[in-house]
Design a protein around this ligand. Structure first.
Ligand SMILES: Nc1ncnc2c1ncn2[C@@H]1O[C@H](COP(=O)(O)OP(=O)(O)OP(=O)(O)O)[C@@H](O)[C@H]1O
Length: 249
């Protein structure tokens, strides 16, 4: 796969080998080998309670597997004080996203503080995100006053601005009406074009899952991997909102 914006020379990846996850004595899932790299767009499927969120937390370094190893490749070395070296590499966007205390605008601009964008590039990217997520009228609102769907839109806009190399989205369009869903699909599609690796869990096949080329399916405690061929109706749903934004880096 061609990566539009991120470095093609050394795509980053997270690799899991012979992992097994269990809580107490109950085995949740195991997998021989999983690879999540820049440029991958993977649909994570599984019934309620099959372990989709848990798998994302393992890949984000928020939990450790009961057995097996998870390694990252191609990232800058973690700072010496970080004992869990996976943290901060593949970004995990929770179903009920954490937002900072403060306004919608603060939440959007804070995401860029650590980045080395020029001020005009920074402003352009923030303005694009506000536009795409249709947050203009909400900018001065306190983030804690937003509805569930608005919170998810804000969290995805924030991730879009920060443009991580690997992003995991846990049920990103649950709680959303059709209009918000199509805004989010357009933002995620833009991240895909930029070469961001995406792992997306969703209960229903839709415009979002139609963006995916691979599928990880948690079934009977095993993670099965395969190519993903979206259904024709789902592909049409990706075209509901069109954006033609250039990218800043
Ligand atoms: N820290 C924990 N301790 C014990 N059990 C846990 C813990 N975290 C998750 N579980 C259990 O592991 C199982 C999988 O949870 P998980 O949230 O990963 O599933 P999921 O596939 O994301 O579910 P859903 O589709 O409903 O969001 C559930 O039965 C859950 O109760």
């Amino acid at each position: 796969m061609q990566l539009a914006n991120h470095s093609v020379k050394s795509p980053v990846s997270i690799q899991a080998k012979n992992i097994l996850m269990q809580f107490n004595q109950n085995i949740l899932f195991h997998a021989d080998e999983l690879s999540f790299s820049q440029g991958d767009v993977i649909y994570l499927q599984g019934d309620n309670g099959s372990g989709k969120s848990t798998l994302m937390k393992l890949l984000a370094g928020l939990l450790s597997p009961s057995k097996g190893q998870i390694h990252s490749h191609g990232f800058k070395q973690a700072p010496w004080w970080r004992t869990q070296s996976l943290l901060g590499k593949a970004v995990y966007l929770h179903q009920h996203p954490y937002l900072f205390e403060g306004s919608v605008k603060y939440n959007l601009t804070y995401a860029l503080d650590q980045r080395s964008l020029l001020p005009e590039q920074r402003k352009k990217r923030i303005d694009q995100a506000i536009n795409m997520a249709q947050l203009t009228d909400l900018l001065s609102h306190h983030a804690s006053d937003l509805s569930g769907g608005e919170r998810q839109r804000l969290a995805i806009a924030r991730a879009w601005i920060a443009q991580p190399k690997l992003l995991m989205l846990d049920e990103p369009i649950s709680n959303m009406d059709k209009q918000s869903q199509s805004l989010v699909v357009a933002m995620i599609n833009q991240l895909k074009q930029d070469g961001t690796g995406l792992l997306i869990s969703s209960h229903q096949t839709c415009g979002l899952t139609a963006l995916c080329q691979q599928r990880w399916h948690i079934q009977q405690n095993t993670i099965h991997t395969s190519m993903h061929v979206p259904r024709v109706e789902a592909v049409h749903q990706t075209n509901t909102t069109e954006f033609h934004y250039g990218t800043t880096n």
